[in-house]
Design a protein around this ligand. Sequence first.
Ligand code: PAF
Length: 322
Amino acid sequence: MVAKKRGNQAKKASPGKKPAKTRKKSASKVPSRPVKQIRKVREMKKYLKEVRSRRRKVVLVPTMGYLHEGHLSLVREARRLGSVVVVSLFVNPVQFGPNEDLDRYPRDIRRDLRKLRREGVDVVFCPDAAEMYPERYQTYVDVTEVTRDYCGASRPSHFRGVATVVTKLFTIIQPDVAIFGEKDFQQLVVIRRMAQDLALDVLVVGMPTVREEDGLAMSSRNAYLSPAQRQQATTIYRGLRKAKQLLDSGERDAAELAAIAVDLLREEHDLVIDYVAVCDPETLERIPEVEKEAVLLVAVKVGDTRLIDNIRLEVKGARGRR
Ligand code: PAF
């Protein structure tokens, strides 16, 4: 799904014309050259100045590392959309609350680099915290309304940290396109709002959630789960699907749709619900009933691990807003 269209998007081939030869971009066909690693802001800017002088289209995939298939799907889309792919690996301390998992957040840069090399990524930006937030740092970005509820309510400074680091990455890298996963749905809405409000010249693209075979949304935090917790966590997606099935069978009442997911989640004793909400996919305002489209957002804690997921709810046959 694309946030806004810009003039510099790939042109469609005109009918009758012989299609230009396209470079094969599948991971297996990519010559495995080392990924360029850049740790300093100044070096990153210098590299990109040279890239831009050759009119290359830069696509950024911001991550906190410990990459899984979900991240790699963003990288593949980045390769499809642009000619220079930058992946940032930075566990952003500012988006973690005081009692959250910053210290134990999984990190394995060697493994990440191996994966990115196989995907043909051009450059990895991996600054340390002092490079991104040097001494006397004091500038933050606050997106107000869409951060108020859901994860914003449970993690009060989280989106301020996300908006700040993403703005800083956009400023340093000045990507034409930036790609984020839809699993972090509220985050995607926050970043789109921010890019629009600040008139940032970047196309924000959201990519579908990648799931394990049993439906659990891929997340670096899944690594925290014990086998028993991992099993219980599959209830999240089952709950979302049940709500969607209920919608497809004709139910439009948001409270009923949320309730069917809640009932299923409550069957798991170690699972604590933070929120289950049906809301408008653009404004994130709660809606009483689904007329055309909505998103069902869920956050739960399984033991100490907080997991989020969502599903789009679309009334078949109803015309969407876009
Ligand atoms: O989604 C993430 O991994 C992070 O929140 C992001 C967007 C890379 C900012 O640190």
